[in-house]
Design a protein. Structure first.
Length: 287
């Protein structure tokens, strides 16, 4: 009897896993103006830095101390590393917060969320589709910047080894492999921001609140990491490990910091994503 009731409550041919396909959600997000604007901003950064170095001339070391910034014009690989260095702390946070924080809250603000669920799209399926696309766009944003930077830097400064500020150099092929590892680590380190933004997106009908809240909390983490009085407590802050990737572009790479940073980021992200799914499952959808 119960089996008969279940069958009558579900339309013939209905499959929950087929609702809201990823390609549909991806096309919807790609058509949005904020996606295009974010892509233009990230692609423009290498050109801005190129002009800045052209105006400023040879960076050169100051006080006999050579930094990564001072080697920016040595090769395309160095120029790419500098782009990642100047953007990892804040600029790359923006697309992650935007894509993950705007995805659910925007549907609520447009009063279309309840219609999506009435389709009927299961709530877990809705969140998985939106989260997968948001993370995919975030990764695409992080790949776009270094790819453009490498093309611009190679055209301007040539294809060559990555000169290390502390001495030595990495062959161009090895440098390219290390930069891929750096991009992967930066993406993983930003999963905390993604988790914050996505969780807030399920809690509010204001996309700006979710995006701004995630960015704000990320900034607070950076500020707390600068407080040396916290001592070893800073080891539990994701921000403390955000530049651990610098150890990967050494003649002998050190992976310890990146491993610890990955563990911290993934742990926080899993908890935040779980809170988002748990809260959304019980949420009264009125928008």
């Amino acid at each position: 009897m119960s089996t008969l009731l279940e069958r009558t409550e579900t339309a013939d041919g209905y499959r929950a896993r087929r609702t809201l396909p990823l390609r549909v959600e991806l096309v919807r997000q790609l058509k949005r103006r904020r996606t295009l604007v974010m892509g233009i901003v990230l692609a423009a950064l290498p050109f801005v830095l190129l002009v800045a170095f052209a105006i400023g001339g040879d960076p050169g070391g100051r006080n006999n101390q050579v930094t990564l910034m001072d080697t920016a014009t040595a090769s395309g690989a160095n120029f790419t590393a500098v782009n990642l260095f100047v953007s990892a702390g804040f600029l790359l946070v923006i697309p992650v917060a935007l894509f993950c924080g705007d995805t659910v809250a925007s549907e609520a603000s447009w009063s279309s969320l309840r219609y999506l669920l009435a389709a009927p799209v299961p709530r877990a399926r809705l969140l998985w589709s939106k989260l997968t696309v948001a993370l995919g766009l975030s990764l695409a944003a992080m790949v776009l910047l270094p790819v453009v930077a490498l093309a611009v830097g190679t055209a301007a400064y040539g294809w060559g080894p990555l000169e290390i500020p502390t001495g030595g150099a990495l062959p161009a092929g090895t440098a390219a492999q290390r930069l891929v590892a750096v991009i992967a680590y930066i993406f993983v380190s930003q999963l905390v921001t993604a988790g914050l933004a996505f969780w807030l997106s399920t809690k509010t009908d204001a996309p700006l609140g979710a995006v701004g809240g995630a960015v704000g909390l990320t900034i607070v983490g950076n500020v707390l990491d600068a407080v040396t009085a916290l001592g070893h407590w800073r080891d539990f802050l994701p921000a403390h490990w955000q530049f651990a990737w610098a150890d990967a572009i050494q003649p002998t790479p050190e992976w310890g910091g990146m491993i610890q940073g990955t563990a911290i980021s993934v742990t926080y992200a899993v908890v935040l994503f779980a809170l988002a799914f748990r809260g959304f499952r019980r949420k009264d959808i009125v928008s």
